[in-house]
Design a protein around this ligand. Structure first.
Ligand code: NI
Length: 254
């Protein structure tokens, strides 16, 4: 069954129909979901969802745009959440230079602290990197992130950058953007990345694939992503679903 490696079902966009939607995933072929924390509150909400639904697992961490809220107490709180039996990763963490805030120095500091936390607790990382390719890679190499393991979520860089992450044995989260007509660079990267390194993801409620671009995203749209990957790789839809599920289970230890 399809393994959804990155969704935010704690988001308020799902408040109106969360239970109904989550209950319908299995009948649409979605077998497992990793819910991703993007803030301290989001990480707590992720744990609640994972306790409520057997097929949901969690990642806990603070997104680079939210690290302004982090303190020593915040890191201690994340550390304790990491001990929960359904927490399988630290994330999403990283750098996002799209907006001017928080300052680069602040983002870097908390990215490094959360990488160190992942190493300490022995969990892989879910990396968010937007318009920050060089700095993200530098920090990860300096922290020997290959030893920690993880996935670069919503991978949006070049083939050359993919090679750097392949050298660290990382996985690549591929989502709705792969269905966009203008995603030439990403399509080249996906052709280049070996099939045993690719995970399917949505980033719900964001980044809906064609033909639902612009609408609220959910894991129900993953077949569009799997089909696009199958076409680029010249393999069957079923092979994409099977190998991405196998890859995700290997990474998250499930
Ligand atoms: Ni996300």
């Amino acid at each position: 069954m399809i393994f959804e490696s990155h969704a935010h079902y704690d988001d308020e966009d799902f408040d109106a129909d969360r239970e109904e939607l989550l209950a319908s995933l299995a009948e649409h072929g979605i077998g497992t979901v990793i819910n991703i924390g993007a803030s301290l509150a989001g990480s707590e909400a992720t744990l609640k969802l994972s306790e409520q639904y057997p097929f949901i697992y969690g990642a806990v961490g603070v997104h680079p745009s939210e690290v302004g809220e982090l303190t020593e107490e915040g890191i201690a709180r994340l550390r304790s959440l990491c001990g929960h039996e359904k927490v399988v990763a630290v994330g999403e963490i990283g750098l996002d230079y799209h907006y001017p805030e928080p300052a680069v120095s602040v983002q870097k500091e908390w990215f490094e602290r959360q990488l160190a936390l992942a190493r300490e607790v022995g969990l892989p990382v879910v990396i968010h990197s937007r318009e920050a390719a060089k700095d993200t890679l530098e920090i990860m190499q300096a922290h020997r992130a290959g030893e920690i393991g993880g996935v670069v979520h919503c991978f949006s860089y070049t083939k050359e950058m993919a090679r750097e992450y392949l050298d660290m044995d990382y996985y690549f989260g591929i989502g709705g953007v792969i269905t966009f007509k203008n995603a030439k660079k990403l399509k080249e990267a996906v052709q280049y990345i070996p099939m045993d390194r690719i995970l399917l993801e949505t980033d719900s409620p964001y980044l809906s694939p064609e033909p639902n671009r612009g609408g609220r995203n959910s894991s129900l749209n993953l077949p569009y992503v799997a089909s696009a990957v199958a076409e680029l790789k010249g393999i069957s839809y079923e092979e994409v679903v099977e190998s991405t599920e196998r890859n995700a289970r290997r990474l998250f230890g499930l």
